[in-house]
Ligand binder design. Structure first.
Ligand SMILES: Nc1ncnc2c1ncn2[C@@H]1O[C@H](COP(=O)(O)OP(=O)(O)OP(=O)(O)O)[C@@H](O)[C@H]1O
Ligand SMILES: [Mg+2]
Length: 266
């Protein structure tokens, strides 16, 4: 079986990267997929959002990137409260990696090397990234085969897409020829506002983006913020909410893209 590796990335902050990693991952696990989430953001929002608090001294993603005495990925991966959904947690120490690894030769390959040997056969590995093109993000792009881009239906987020696409092209030419953009997920969609509608229309008509835009737009939905507050994916917290429905539809579309039949037992 081939593990699909997907970086969820956008250098713009607050566009829904972490919420997408958590809920797309959770929705895929509901559809009988075995999923590993990798939290590569020192803010550790995905880790906290799943209610995981690594014990004092327990290895995290920070330790698997350690050049001197790296921890094995298997030691750092934890099971979440939900079956089929595992997590490689982040730690605030990760914010020091940029400086600590500055002189390391091959520093962009550390994550790829660390994840080469996973303890289980995962169907999907989804990686959350920080809102910057840091060494951590570059490590994710060196490892991942696909990039999923959440884009807030707002003019600033739309404008920032071009830079991200340029970044991915540069990565493809230099460090990872296999990487490609899997799709753009419109987020914070609100059909009642003209700006949201206009940006969605632009995404669906722009020749650079239209073939990549998912049919599912994730609607702005307060239940998503609420579910983060109680550290549960929205797909488990309120199954009938817009957030839950949208992320489950997104998971169906993703499975379709990979030619996988969704298991209807959820
Ligand atoms: N569809 C949505 N509707 C309402 N609130 C949302 C939605 N998606 C995300 N949020 C909320 O918006 C905030 C930002 O979302 P999120 O943390 O996923 O963005 P991010 O891109 O990961 O941010 P950062 O760049 O800081 O990592 C969070 O408080 C989250 O709960
Ligand atoms: Mg985030």
């Amino acid at each position: 079986m081939k593990t699909r590796t997907i970086a969820v990335a956008n250098e713009k902050g607050g566009v829904g990267k972490t919420v997408t990693v958590i809920n797309l991952g959770a929705a895929l696990s509901l559809k009988q997929q075995k999923v590993l989430l990798v939290d590569m953001d020192p803010q550790a929002n995905a880790t906290k959002g799943l209610g995981v608090e690594p014990e004092e001294g327990a290895p995290t993603v920070y330790d698997i990137l350690d050049r001197e005495s790296p921890a094995k990925a298997a030691e750092a991966i934890v099971q979440t409260a939900w079956q089929g959904l595992d997590l490689l947690p982040s730690h605030v120490d990760l914010s020091g990696s940029e400086v600590e690894l500055a002189d390391v030769v091959g520093r962009e390959n550390l994550l790829k090397e660390a994840l080469a040997d996973l303890p289980e056969e995962y169907d999907f590995v989804l990686l959350d990234t920080p809102p910057s093109l840091s060494l951590l993000t570059v490590n994710v792009f060196t490892y991942a085969r696909h990039v999923l881009v959440p884009c807030q239906t707002h003019p600033y987020a739309y404008a920032a897409l071009e830079e991200l696409f340029d970044t991915i092209s540069a990565v493809k030419e230099t460090i990872n020829p296999d990487i490609s953009i899997l799709g753009i997920v419109p987020t914070f969609y609100d059909s009642r506002t003209r700006v949201s509608q206009r940006i969605l229309d632009q995404l669906k008509t722009d020749e650079n983006y239209r073939d990549l835009v998912f049919r599912t737009a994730v609607r702005a939905n307060t239940t998503i913020a609420e579910s983060a507050d109680v550290c549960r994916p929205v797909v488990f917290y309120r199954k009938g909410s817009f957030g839950s429905v949208d992320y489950r539809n997104l998971a169906d579309e993703l499975l379709e893209k990979f030619g996988i039949l969704a298991d209807s037992t959820e």
